[in-house]
Design a protein around this ligand. Sequence first.
Ligand SMILES: Cc1cc2nc3c(=O)[nH]c(=O)nc-3n(C[C@H](O)[C@H](O)[C@H](O)COP(=O)(O)O)c2cc1C
Length: 201
Amino acid sequence: MDIDSIEQVIRARRTIRTLSDQAISMEVIDELLTSSSYAPYHSKEEPWEVIIVKTTQDRQLFVEKIMASYDRLDTWARYDQQNLETAKKRTRDYFLDVPVTLIVTAPKHKSEKLNLEAIGAVSAFIQNFQLAAWSKQIGVTWRTIPVIFDEIFKEAVGVVADRQIIGLLDISAIDEKMKIPTSRRKPLEHWTAQLSDKLKK
Ligand SMILES: Cc1cc2nc3c(=O)[nH]c(=O)nc-3n(C[C@H](O)[C@H](O)[C@H](O)COP(=O)(O)O)c2cc1C
């Protein structure tokens, strides 16, 4: 196994919010999902489930449900009211243009431990997907927009009541002309400490 290249992919991956027209085949999505499923998990059953929005018909239904949820949650109240119609159109057009969206869910548990384990495992699954996609020149935006907490939206897109959405993944091929965003991380001294130092008053 080439450890260096794994580290390179981890460090190079960026959230890609620009969409391209390039088609992504179902074979590629299936391959990425299969790789993602090698994430660690700590439950009897593998906790991830994925609803795929790819066909034109599914996309139209999905966007209709997203827009209805934005209205229901009064998400637009936070937008500039003078340009509301433009903002609504931009949002709708964006979601209509995404080549593939994955709705990734985990079971919802009352037990804090089980819930943490489910969210942790499904987050690892999502990161596997992002890294595997990056290595195939495919970009991902992991979205946790308010609609994912809207029970009516969840039901409308086929997520059963005892599951929670961990992310909507917007997927689009990375075009060579696209500007890849830069992203810095704080040096580790900012977020690591020896236990003894941490306990010093
Ligand atoms: C749990 C989670 C939720 C996120 N939700 C959103 C979101 O709703 N919208 C968005 O544009 N990006 C979202 N992101 C992407 C982050 O903004 C992005 O990862 C961060 O800015 C660091 O950039 P990088 O992924 O390029 O390293 C989310 C990321 C994570 C891990």
